[in-house]
Write a new protein. Structure first.
Lengths: 217, 217
DNA sequence: TAGATTGTTAATCGATTAACAATC
DNA sequence: TAGATTGTTAATCGATTAACAATC
């Protein structure tokens, strides 16, 4: 094993491995080779072995990988067993959908509270997660050990809230607003979820396909 | 200009350029150099010029780029002016949030119908988009010109619905289910939106940061 | 044992960065 | 004109793939 700054490309593949391994377990598959895993994920066996070798030796010659054990290793690498805690800011449409629908726990993260400005929401609770007034956000951050802020507020207040989060020492922001939040500073980790970026990439490939067809005709 | 299969990396940056250019327009900036744009996006000027040169010559020596004109070029490249049409399958939590909250039109896509199995939803309408019974899905596809299917059904039925979509010649699937939908076949374009992948990558970087701190102490 | 498959080193390929002539 | 900045060619860097000895 090496473990000297693993490339982002590798990191982005880890969750895919995890998901596939879960699927394999579900269908009763207990072991798998890099060749077979590659087939199922559209990757070369080489790349898969290279990826894993960044973190250790998880396989066995002549055998392959034990699905369950490999899964556990990757989960550990991804920090799923660290007990990270998150809060959600903005219980609008997307925020609400996340609370209702997204299983934070399944991915090793505890959603411990949500915040909003809307009176009718404050004091209520969703899936056991309490919703507090946004006024109490700073106070909450200072009295609880929170690593991740899920940002789901309207675009207009996104920057102000971000500043507040950073001022109170948040470590990471999971950004669902459609604002460019790259490097608000050097110490806060930002992960952007831009639906529109994703749709536009899709749109590009559909357009490209159209053009290809057009040329042939 | 070259235009011979542009790399995926480049395509993924285009929506970011678009977003930034919109922000610039909003704040009244009419021209920008690759240097300044690079600063704001955390990219090198070289990369930006290289990216654009895949599609044409959009700048002017000694001046830079006209923000509005460049925006229009990129929008065109991304297929935003092609009038793509989409349908949504699954009006659950996430599907509902998309209908309510996500402006398809803003990105050049028309959401023309939604489908669900839930009796109470069928026949109703959100933001002018009608919700039909999933039984009529195939019929609808055969009588309308639809390119994109937004897949927001429960995990358990995801594969069955996907098959149905492909059988009826859908061109692209925007996949919001947490299922690995890579290459269902070679002709359908799939764009995955996996929240969990994104959260896990975030989690990894928080864990890494923790370890770094641990070593220093 | 023979066959399979790993982990790793070396080779290739592709993407990013640097440099610079062209020109607004 | 002088200065700025493009588009592009060349150089560098990094990521993927191929190959293979080690070994279960």
């Amino acid at each position: 094993m090496k473990q000297g700054k693993v490339s982002n490309n590798v990191i982005r593949r880890l969750p895919r491995y995890l998901r596939k391994l879960d699927e394999l377990t579900e269908s009763g598959v207990g072991r798998i080779s890099s060749f077979e895993l590659g087939q199922q994920l559209g990757l070369t066996p080489s790349q898969i072995r290279q990826d894993f070798s960044n973190f250790g030796e998880f396989g066995q010659q002549g055998y392959g990988y034990n699905v369950e054990a490999l899964r556990a290793q990757i989960a550990g690498i991804l920090g799923m067993d660290r007990g990270f805690r998150a809060i959600l800011i903005g219980v609008g449409n997307i925020g609400h959908a996340l609370m209702d629908n997204f299983s934070f726990t399944e991915w090793g993260v505890e959603l411990s509270a949500a915040f909003d400005v809307k009176e009718s929401l404050i004091g209520s609770e969703f899936n056991g997660v309490p919703i507090y007034s946004e006024d109490s956000l700073e106070d909450y951050l200072n009295t609880h050990d929170i690593q991740i802020a899920v940002l789901a507020v309207p675009k207009t207040v996104a920057l102000a809230v971000t500043e507040k989060l950073i001022r109170n020492g948040i470590e990471a922001i999971w950004n669902f607003t459609n604002i460019e939040l790259t490097e608000p500073n050097s110490t806060t980790i930002v992960e952007n979820v831009h639906f529109s970026d994703s749709l536009l990439a899709l749109s590009y490939y559909v357009a490209e396909r159209q053009d290809e067809r057009g040329q042939k005709a």
